[in-house]
Write a protein that binds this ligand. Structure first.
Ligand SMILES: Nc1ncnc2c1ncn2[C@@H]1O[C@H](COP(=O)(O)OP(=O)(O)OP(=O)(O)O)[C@@H](O)[C@H]1O
Ligand SMILES: [Mg+2]
Length: 308
């Protein structure tokens, strides 16, 4: 196993938080920096990562019993891998970028459903992740929303020394709204949440918390208030302040935040990678790409995780 490989779990309490879109864009930014990245679709109830990467025929997972569902259930020894630059329908993604790393998707099975968490499944997850970590610099695992079997499998699989605890990171994605902040706080600190469930499987609470960060998605920029009615702008500023206070009270305040993404018009219409070409064509905002680049940098910066 490569000693400096990084394992990232993407979680959220609610669905539709931007967990997958943000994670795949961060994966892409890491790959542009020359890192080999594996994107692992553990969203068992809705394995649609293929759609994000625009892989025709794999938008809802793969057929032939070669996806992650089949692998984890012991029905195939080797889950299918899709090399994005080869399989994507997006012409700009197929062009080789000098210095870029490999970006590989491990998709779920078409029609695959949620399943439970038992010792055999976890053993297969451990073998899979160890194998990927020996080959890729970063492995990003997109987990089903909520207190799911996927989250349990991930926590159980990583509770021992696989990989070194300091090289595993847990990201909790949430929208910047009252309900989402409450939900995300609950997922981190609440009953049956990340820390409590992790501790049950043998994780050290302090270490697990130290390897957890939140990502606030689609946050409205304060510049928007300039064009608003003053009453509306004042109300929004008040709400922003209240949200910051709520996040702190919920234990997911500024110190726990890895970063945030702005509202991106392209993503309001379509789940996809935002390429530099999209910014150059003025289809996407530069601030969006900057946010993903920043998240990618912080994720792999040891200073983020207080690692000497
Ligand atoms: N920064 C953004 N600005 C605007 N829309 C966004 C942004 N990020 C994500 N979205 C949109 O929000 C929706 C939900 O995002 P996504 O599918 O990534 O969430 P998710 O948490 O993975 O959801 P699920 O639980 O269904 O898997 C998508 O339509 C996506 O395009
Ligand atoms: Mg998703």
């Amino acid at each position: 196993m490569s000693t400096d490989a990084t394992l990232v779990f993407a979680t959220s309490d609610k669905g539709g938080t931007g967990r997958s879109v943000t994670s795949c864009n961060v994966a892409y930014r890491l790959c542009l920096r020359g890192l080999d990245v594996a994107y692992v679709d553990f969203d068992f109830g809705s394995p649609t990562a293929g759609a994000l990467f625009e892989i025709g025929g794999a938008e809802r997972g793969v057929t032939e019993g070669q996806g992650l569902h089949s692998y984890l259930l012991g029905e195939t020894g080797e889950p299918q891998r899709l090399i994005i630059s080869r399989e994507t329908d997006r012409a700009q993604l197929r062009r080789a970028t000098p210095g870029a790393g490999r970006l590989v998707l491990l998709p779920g099975d078409v029609g695959g459903a949620e399943f439970g968490c038992d010792e055999a499944i976890v053993a297969r997850a451990v073998a899979l992740l160890a194998n990927l970590l020996s080959e890729f610099a970063v492995v990003i695992v997109d987990l089903s929303a909520g207190r799911s079997a996927a989250l349990e499998i991930a926590l159980w699989a990583t509770a021992s020394t696989m990989p070194a605890r300091r090289a595993q990171h847990w990201l909790v994605f949430h929208r910047w709204t009252r309900e989402h902040v409450l939900a995300a706080g609950g997922l981190v600190h609440g009953p049956h949440g990340l820390i409590q469930t992790g501790a049950l499987f043998g994780h050290d609470r302090e270490e697990l918390l130290a390897s957890t960060r939140c990502v606030r998605t689609a946050v409205a920029g304060s510049d928007r208030t300039r064009t608003m009615d003053p009453a509306q702008a004042a109300w929004l500023n008040e709400q922003s302040k209240a949200l910051r206070e709520l996040a702190t009270a919920e234990g997911i305040g500024a110190a726990m935040v890895l970063g945030q993404t702005p509202i991106e018009p392209m993503l309001q219409w379509r789940e996809q990678l935002i390429l530099d070409a999209d910014v150059n064509a003025r289809l996407a905002d530069l601030a969006t790409v900057e946010a993903y680049t920043d998240l990618a940098r912080r994720l792999t910066d040891s200073a983020t995780w207080d690692i000497e």
